[in-house]
Write a protein that binds this ligand. Structure first.
Ligand SMILES: Nc1ncnc2c1ncn2[C@@H]1O[C@H](COP(=O)(O)OP(=O)(O)OP(=O)(O)O)[C@@H](O)[C@H]1O
Ligand SMILES: [Mg+2]
Length: 239
């Protein structure tokens, strides 16, 4: 196997809402087993880029390849079947259903024994969810709901897991817990692309980062090279 071949390749994508072009030619790649973090100020187009990859918005130009197969402008249910699984900023859970029923909705498998194996795997990552498996999602805290959203995505055994601000609205303790879970997924070989405003979390779990500004990638680097220099990254994002 050619290990240098990217699993996700984004090549010159452009996205417009009405007449306004939000992404003006965005390029990047993610290697198998890698975690790439997409940074950028509010409104810079991070979620738009992720939504274009998962098929929730269409591109006017450019190419997106998953393992060599072109997927730009496929609808979201098709990219999901191909293994591109997104946890959106809004989480999109079913509040009236239990934790376990929400998790089951993520599984692509239909056999009962595989479903139970997948559930066990997710509960191993998220012991908090095992304890609350029969609780309705609407009664969970925000941090627990985020865990259900990530757990449901993990149930699908994604080829690429897309996380839009996993730390959004969470207290430091939950940010830590989410960080530990993302690190465990990574150790088990997951390929991920995440959007994150919390640089502490981003730099704890990501291998590489890119910075989006006004719809183009303006900067990027290897996390290890910036471990002691978050300030420079912050400047590059916001100034
Ligand atoms: N469906 C839409 N229709 C029109 N404009 C949109 C739509 N979705 C996003 N936009 C606009 O596109 C721009 C980029 O939005 P996007 O959500 O991609 O930013 P972001 O970088 O994810 O920001 P944040 O950090 O606040 O989540 C914003 O100006 C936003 O108002
Ligand atoms: Mg966003």
């Amino acid at each position: 196997m050619d290990t240098h071949k990217p699993i996700l390749k984004v090549d010159g994508i452009r996205v417009s809402y009405g007449k306004k072009e939000i992404l003006q030619g965005v390029d990047f790649e993610v290697a198998p087993g890698e975690t790439l973090c997409l940074l950028g100020a509010n409104g810079s187009g991070k979620s738009t880029a992720m939504n274009a990859i998962s098929g929730f918005v269409g591109c006017t130009h450019g190419k997106i390849e998953l393992d060599g197969e072109e997927i730009q402008n496929l609808p979201a249910h098709k990219t999901f079947r191909l293994g591109m699984v997104q946890v959106s900023q809004a989480r999109d859970l079913f509040p009236q259903l239990t934790v376990e029923d929400n998790l089951k909705l993520g599984a692509q498998v239909r056999s009962k024994s595989t479903m139970l194996e997948e559930l066990e795997r997710v509960y191993d990552y998220f012991p908090r969810l095992r304890e609350r498996r029969l609780q309705r999602v609407m009664t969970l805290s925000g941090g627990e709901q985020q865990m259900v959203a990530i757990g449901r995505a993990v149930m699908a055994r994604p080829r690429v897991l897309l996380l839009d601000e996993p730390s959004g609205g969470l207290s430091p303790q939950f940010v830590n817990e989410i960080g530990t879970i993302i690190s465990a997924l990574k150790e088990d070989g997951a390929t991920m692309m995440m959007i994150e405003q919390n640089l502490g979390l981003a730099f704890k779990v990501a291998d590489r980062f890119i910075i989006l500004r006004d719809g183009v990638v303006v900067d990027g680097g290897t996390v290890a090279d910036y471990a002691d220099d978050h300030e420079q990254v912050v400047k590059s994002i916001y100034l």
